[in-house]
Design a binder for this molecule. Structure first.
Ligand SMILES: Cc1cc2nc3c(=O)[nH]c(=O)nc-3n(C[C@H](O)[C@H](O)[C@H](O)COP(=O)(O)OP(=O)(O)OC[C@H]3O[C@@H](n4cnc5c(N)ncnc54)[C@H](O)[C@@H]3O)c2cc1C
Length: 388
């Protein structure tokens, strides 16, 4: 009986019962509620994000590694495993959960006032309220420090003007965490999306993450009370620490897309006959499969190691960069290689690898591009910043 790609590494034994149970629950959820529909959602670009968020909320997946306020409070390894299962279904579905939990909810949990936490987190944990995280602007992606969105004081109010782009969940969100320049550095604001002057529109014609809502946000004289500012985040370190949380989820998540691609290629190669025998019986195919299983298992061990470090409170940002860089890069390579094994069938949505590969192009770019993570690692190694 052929081995599943991760069984080869015996990784199951490195997880405890609760971690395995969470993983299996998320896998079953995806099998029931995502996988049967995902190719259609990807094709039409129309995903029932709100309903999915509420289902994920019931399972405790939104903000699952946060404590209190209706959040499940699991360990980091469990959160990574959940991301992996969600992304084995589709990176867009994992993005929905990551942006909700690790960007929007984390920002409010970590940097918000008690009032902001009480107001938003319980509803966000159930999926009743969807959140987005507005950092990127059209001319400031890798270098958000230059952002043009500005918040000025008017009496005790804040008035926000600017535009954000590439914002996941933007046009379905009830609340946006928006980062803006102020006279006192970059600050974060909790913006109810019904506030006059706030508008969001979906970005269409995407070739990647089609089963995910991506939007532009426009803020025109958005007037907010003084209490809307996140009191505990001052400067770029605030949003960057949120990104570090979300990147951690991607370290494991991306491997889900790779695993699903490899499982698909393994089963295809076993049943596809070429030149009178199964494709899987050829050395050239086995070399591809063996190399992919190797990279997948190494990536999983790295993800698990980083998860254990995070649970011990010892994970450093440059270590998250190592994981994000390696695991997304290798997962993309695996999804593409799996596509080749499927031949012409590999270019259709009947099989998952090309969908995963297209999705991973976005994952390679968001939450810090590969180049940005190389520079982070380079700086950690040399002490020299080569960003400018
Ligand atoms: C589907 C999707 C969803 C997203 N969701 C969100 C979201 O929810 N919230 C949010 O705020 N943003 C989001 N983003 C934006 C994402 O974080 C940015 O796209 C990313 O940070 C890169 O910025 P950019 O696209 O402006 O590229 P640029 O910064 O213009 O980079 C272009 C190229 O230059 C390279 N580069 C940049 N700096 C250097 C350097 N110093 N040296 C060498 N090369 C360099 C980059 O690596 C890249 O290859 C999303 C993006 C996508 C595609």
């Amino acid at each position: 009986m052929p081995s599943a790609p991760l069984d080869l590494f015996g990784i199951d034994h490195l997880l405890d019962d609760e971690e395995r149970a969470i993983r299996d629950t998320v896998r079953a959820f995806c099998g029931d509620q995502v996988r049967p529909h995902i190719a259609d959602w990807f094709e039409t670009g129309d995903v029932p994000a709100r309903e999915l968020a509420q289902e994920m909320g019931k399972l405790g997946l939104l903000g699952m590694h946060l404590e209190g306020y209706g959040c499940a409070g699991t360990n980091a390894v469990s959160y990574g495993l959940a991301c992996m299962e969600l992304e084995a279904a589709d990176s867009g579905i994992r993005s929905l959960a990551s942006v909700q939990g690790s960007l929007a909810m984390f920002a409010i949990h970590r940097f918000g006032s008690e009032e902001q936490r009480q107001e938003w987190l319980p509803r966000m944990a159930t999926g009743e309220a969807i959140g987005c995280f507005g950092l990127t602007e059209a001319d400031f992606g890798s270098d958000p420090d230059g952002m043009l969105t500005r918040a000025r004081r008017d009496g005790s109010d804040w008035v926000l003007n600017g535009a954000k782009t590439w914002i996941t969940n933007g046009s379905i969100a009830e609340v946006a965490v928006v980062w803006a320049q102020t006279d006192d550095k970059i600050r974060g604001f909790v913006v109810p999306t019904g506030t006059p002057g706030f508008s969001a529109s979906a970005i269409t014609r995407k070739m990647s993450l089609r089963a995910s809502v991506t939007s532009e946000l426009v803020l025109e004289d958005v007037r907010l009370p003084a209490s809307a500012m996140l009191p505990q985040a001052r400067g770029l370190r605030g949003p960057l620490s949120c990104l570090s949380e979300a990147r951690f989820g991607i370290v494991s998540g991306a491997l889900g897309a790779a695993r699903d691609s490899l499982e698909c290629a393994l089963s295809y190669a076993a049943t596809r006959t070429v030149f009178d025998k199964p494709l899987s019986a050829y050395q050239l195919t086995q070399e591809k499969l063996a190399n992919m299983a190797l990279e997948l298992g190494k990536g999983m061990l790295l993800a698990l190691h980083l998860g254990r470090l995070k649970d011990q409170g010892r994970l450093r940002p440059e270590q998250v960069s190592l994981g994000k860089l390696n695991n997304v890069r290798e997962s993309l390579a695996i999804a593409r290689e799996c596509r080749t094994i499927l031949g012409a069938n590999g270019i259709t949505l009947e099989y998952s690898p090309i969908r995963h590969a297209n999705n991973l192009e976005s994952v390679l770019t968001y939450e810090g591009t590969s180049e940005v993570h190389l520079l982070v690692i380079g700086q950690a190694l040399t002490g020299e910043s080569a960003f400018r």
